[in-house]
Design a protein around this ligand. Structure first.
Ligand code: NAD
Length: 247
């Protein structure tokens, strides 16, 4: 059993979650890589080392999240829970179907909510723990056709603040990381190589530093937030976006 305990990373099979899982494994956590995609979760677990485990779970389902938490606790005490599983979709509001709306809301908002609840239920009796929610730049930077996604990510920021108040007395910190544009399967899979180049260049231009971010940039922020160096940090949304937006 790892001295640092177990870090659950939802959506750990791909993109940002993959980066977070590998970074937390390197930092000494036994990482529970939770994902719908079993093959991807297994691949990341193999890279993360012998104390890591892949757990197949649909994090949009409360019962599945509780089962995931039980499976992770079988590895040791959950000390860190990172809600990273997410999905996106662009559509004008007049074309949005109930199915489109429900899919994004269930994964991004309900899943995050039940993840926080499952983590809190297990951390409260021990009087310690850290929860990190992955929201998005979209939570406070409006974009056309991104209404459902933006709404769920704003909910993530507010849930973080609510729970920081509620769980602080139990020794639990709750923070958010809001990434800017990161090249991952979510943002790149649908595009040709030429389109990808163009998207990356356009996003770099929006940053005062001329940079586009990587999953490791987000993972570094998560590593800080879960560490004791951040013991005085709770209820915050840390924007990791190359300076693309500034509150
Ligand atoms: P990704 O598609 O590469 O990875 C998402 C992972 O979540 C996948 O492995 C997928 O299988 C898993 N997943 C999806 N639904 C699930 C469910 N119901 N249960 C379990 N696992 C599920 O995406 P990404 O770009 O790495 O995004 C990760 C998070 O970061 C998301 O919450 C996303 O909204 C957020 N984000 C991404 C960007 C970006 O530019 N990539 C920017 C801001 C925020």
């Amino acid at each position: 059993m790892s001295a640092k305990g177990v870090a659950v990373v939802t959506g750990g099979g791909s993109g940002i979650g993959r980066g977070v899982a590998l970074t937390l494994a390197k930092a000494g956590y036994a990482v529970a890589i939770a994902d719908l995609n079993e093959a991807a979760a297994r691949e990341v677990a193999a890279l993360a080392g012998p104390s890591a485990r892949a757990i197949v779970a649909d994090t949009a389902e409360r019962d599945a999240v509780e089962a995931l938490a039980d499976a992770a606790e079988a590895m040791g005490p959950i000390t860190v829970w990172v809600n990273c599983a997410g999905t996106a979709g662009l559509a004008p509001i007049v074309e949005i179907t109930p199915e489109f709306y429900e899919r994004i809301r269930r994964i991004n908002q309900d899943g995050l909510f039940w993840g926080c609840a499952a983590a809190a239920r297990r951390m409260i009796p021990r009087g310690q723990g850290v929860i990190v929610n992955i929201s998005s730049n979209a939570a406070d930077q409006p974009m056309p056709q991104l209404s459902v996604y933006a709404m769920t990510k704003a909910a993530a920021n507010m849930l973080t603040r609510s729970l920081a108040m509620e769980l602080g007395p139990h020794g639990i910190r709750v923070n958010c990381v809001a990434p800017g544009f990161i090249a991952t399967p979510m943002t790149m899979a649908a595009h040709s190589p030429e389109e990808r180049e163009r998207i990356l260049a356009a996003n770099a231009l929006r940053s005062p530093m001329g940079l586009t971010g990587t999953p490791e940039d987000i993972a570094g922020a998560v590593r800080y937030l879960v560490s004791d160096e951040a013991r005085f940090v709770t209820g915050q949304t840390l924007r990791v976006n190359g300076g693309v937006s500034m509150p």
